[in-house]
Design a protein around this ligand. Structure first.
Ligand code: NAD
Ligand code: UDP
Length: 330
């Protein structure tokens, strides 16, 4: 009998790629999602897969599963600033109660669990690039705090389960990741810019565009996650691409990719507490996982642009995510 993995957030961007990866490796995959920010289309191709089972469930509620589980990947959480600003309570609940439930399930099943943390735990960092032993500079009451503090709590709770209950845990600190199956309207900079060029709109750069990010392609992340899962390292590990670029230069790259000379860059106000610089120090991942990113921004952006180009005209026009309204009422 092959091993079984449960993935929370399976209908999201990263979760759906993880499901593909572990199904390809021959595992049984149980996917869990409530579609709050995800998309059923991301897992539609798995509907009839003999080793895939889907449970529609909100992981902030207890989850009972009959069969044995070997691994849990807890990836459920809104991840884009627009999403977590619109659904702040759900964001805190999935980071806190959702993580508690997934750790409880790992304890009940004696499963190894990895939780998805983020570079946002470093806040607006004062140390550059960010190593894992930097404790961060987070505003605990700013608009982004619902995500940042939920993820800091997720890390603390995971370490408590590891130290107190001896649960076999992993914490991955993911830096900005992109690729096919991101939601075009999730507000993150890559889908935002790609949606704009495909609709023939100008690119909106927030602030003066001097803030930096370091973008990692999904395939590199998935490979890093798998390597980390198979070590015995319990403290957080950064997985990201250290190729740093300013948002203004990045907008210019996207204009070049689009090849439409009519489009321009327009400037919009910088959101509150938007981190000024972000770049992972990946020395630890290099050392313990022998991992480093392989996909260049040029290659990754070409793959991602091809995906967004394949969306229907109706999908391209959608700027709102219809699922929020239902959940906000709950
Ligand atoms: P996403 O929004 O595409 O996917 C998240 C998925 O979780 C969605 O399908 C959503 O419906 C589901 N979900 C949310 N709350 C839930 C709940 N209460 N119960 C069940 N399902 C729920 O986002 P993503 O980019 O795929 O991010 C996945 C994980 O990786 C998140 O935990 C995020 O914090 C983390 N992460 C992502 C990035 C990135 O750049 N993409 C960076 C750092 C961390
Ligand atoms: N950004 C931008 N224009 C947009 C969307 C985002 O200039 O239309 C900027 C945003 O202010 C931030 C960076 O791009 O500085 C990355 O934003 P994203 O939402 O992708 O993720 P973050 O790294 O801030 O969580």
């Amino acid at each position: 009998m092959s091993e079984t993995m449960l993935i929370s957030g399976v209908a999201g961007f990263i979760g759906s790629h993880l499901a593909d990866y572990y199904l390809d490796k021959g595992m049984q995959v149980i996917g869990v999602d409530n579609f709050i920010t995800g998309n059923p289309k991301n897992i539609a191709h798995l509907q009839h897969h003999p080793r895939f089972r889907f449970i529609e469930h909100d992981v902030t509620e207890a989850l009972y599963v009959d069969e044995p589980i070997d691994y849990i990947l807890h990836f459920a959480s809104p991840a884009s600033p627009i999403d977590y600003l619109k659904i702040p309570i759900q964001t805190m609940k999935v980071g806190a109660m959702g993580t508690h439930n997934m750790l409880g399930l790992a304890k009940a099943k004696n499963a190894r669990i990895m939780v998805a943390s983020t570079s946002e735990v470093y806040g607006d960092p004062l140390v550059h690039p960010q190593p894992e032993d930097y404790w961060g500079n987070v505003n605990p009451v700013g608009p982004r705090s619902v995500y940042d503090e939920a993820k800091r709590y997720l890390e603390a709770l995971t370490m408590a389960y590891h130290r107190f209950h001896g649960i076999d845990t992993r914490i991955v600190r993911i830096f900005n990741t992109y690729g096919p199956r991101m939601r075009l309207n999730d507000g993150r900079v890559i889908p935002a810019f790609m949606g704009q060029v495909l609709r023939g709109e100008n690119l909106t750069v927030f602030g003066d565009g001097s803030q930096t990010r370091s973008f990692q392609y999904i395939d590199d992340l998935v490979r890093g996650i798998d390597l980390l899962l198979h070590t015995d390292y319990h403290l957080p590990v950064n997985i990201g691409n250290p190729d740093e670029i300013s948002i203004l230069d990045f907008a210019r790259e996207i204009l070049e990719l689009a090849g439409n000379p009519d489009l321009k860059i327009v400037f919009r106000p910088l959101p509150e507490n938007d981190p000024k610089r972000r770049c992972p120090d990946i020395s630890l991942a290099r050392k313990i996982l022998h991992w480093e990113p392989r996909v260049s921004r040029k290659e990754g952006l070409a793959e991602t642009f091809a995906y967004f180009k394949g969306l229907s005209p109706e999908e391209l026009r959608q700027t709102e995510h219809k699922n929020f309204d239902d959940y906000i009422k709950k």
